[in-house]
Design a protein around this ligand. Structure first.
Ligand code: SP5
Ligand code: ZN
Length: 341
């Protein structure tokens, strides 16, 4: 399995995150990446650095104004004499205009953000470009490699065409899926096994028949991102039937998860994709501090074995996972499961 990662992905370092009303240590922090890399190295895997791609393949799934905002907002924040991280003040919800970004700095941060857990720091732009470069490098070489892992950090699946949130800014899996399409794959499947619904990925491809989005995740009635991810969201227009959500209750253990995985894998296989992108979150782990599924260490080997049955070239894109001490070992269990070793 080819693994791709850049230490530039450690430059996005939020100062804090609100949890239960208190500003504490961010869950999504650079140490996550270092733990994943450390685990893979201990298991004997070699890690390669990505090539640098222009912004064009990212702009295939993201709005140009949104990308310009992400690139400049932190310097604007500093130029305005502010300390700390860029942070939204309001949200354009029901009855507000959401068809145009305001002019002011606070207005624009508020327009593009959908939560308060995802802040923009001095190193964010460089980090998210490096993270996307991992996905783009893996996608470019997938036909040759057969299988690869883009060790993306920060994650991407909550980011939409013109919004950020859920620790995500650039939707690495969506960028990869589009790059695969542009390189000649006629149908691409995205299978999302992160604990949370990938609302950004779903939204990007919702009206398209060429990219299937299938996801197993916590019920949005109880869990983030709260406002998307129900089973009755099946796609729209040409994309009707190319979106498959399988929400599961808190407390879900492997036997239930495994049944859902069989359904999702069945959908992916029936779609007849030329390539598959797996949004690989490992926050389904019982000890994950954000999540409420009950998968064990051993279950990740079973998850890998199931993912290894995908018949197409398959690239894995890292998403969430916050149980720092177990991240590396759980990722290694998945990779061994995939390879049947
Ligand atoms: C990519 C990804 O996994 N994003 C997840 C974003 C979740 N953000 C909000 C989580 C708030 C949950 N509160 C947890 C209480 C823990 N005791
Ligand atoms: Zn997640």
């Amino acid at each position: 399995m080819r693994v791709i990662y850049s230490t530039d992905q450690e430059r996005h370092a939020p100062l804090g995150e609100f949890n239960r009303g208190v500003l504490g240590q961010p869950y999504e922090r650079p140490q996550r990446a270092r733990e994943l890399v450390g685990g893979l190295r201990s298991a004997g895997l070699t890690i390669e650095t990505p090539d640098a791609f222009p912004v064009d393949p990212i702009a295939r799934v993201h709005d140009a104004g949104y990308l310009a905002f992400l690139e400049s907002v932190h310097s604007e924040w500093r130029a305005a004499g502010r300390d700390g991280d860029a942070f939204p003040l309001a949200f354009p919800i029901r009855s507000f205009r959401s068809d145009r970004p305001p002019v002011s700095l606070d207005g624009r941060v508020s327009y593009y953000a959908f939560d308060i857990s995802t802040v923009i720091t001095e190193g964010t732009w460089q980090t998210i470009r490096a993270s996307a470069d991992c996905a783009l490098t893996a996608a470019r070489d997938l036909v040759h490699d057969g299988r690869s892992l883009a060790l993306c950090r920060p994650p991407g699946h909550h980011a939409g065409r013109d919004f950020f949130g859920g620790y995500c800014f650039i939707n690495n899996a969506a960028v990869a899926a589009q790059a695969l399409r542009d390189a000649g794959a006629e149908r691409v499947a995205i299978l999302d096994v992160d604990y949370h619904h990938g609302n950004g990925t779903q939204a990007i491809f919702y009206d398209r028949s060429d990219v299937l989005y299938a996801s197993i995740h916590a019920d949005p009635a109880t869990d983030f991102p709260y406002f998307l991810g129900y089973a009755d969201e099946t796609g729209m227009g040409a994309g009707e039937g190319a979106n498959c959500n399988i929400p599961l209750p808190r407390g879900t253990v492997w036997s239930t998860y495994s049944d859902a995985l069989d359904v999702a894998l069945g959908r992916v296989k029936a779609f007849g994709a030329d390539a598959t992108v797996v949004s690989l979150g490992i926050d389904t782990f019982a000890a994950d501090p954000l999540s409420h599924f009950q998968l064990t260490n051993d279950d990740f080997a079973k998850l890998g074995a199931a993912l290894g049955t995908l018949g197409t070239p398959t690239m894995f894109v890292m998403e969430g996972g916050y149980a720092i001490d177990d991240l590396g070992a759980n990722l290694v269990r998945i990779l061994h499961g995939i390879e049947g070793t």
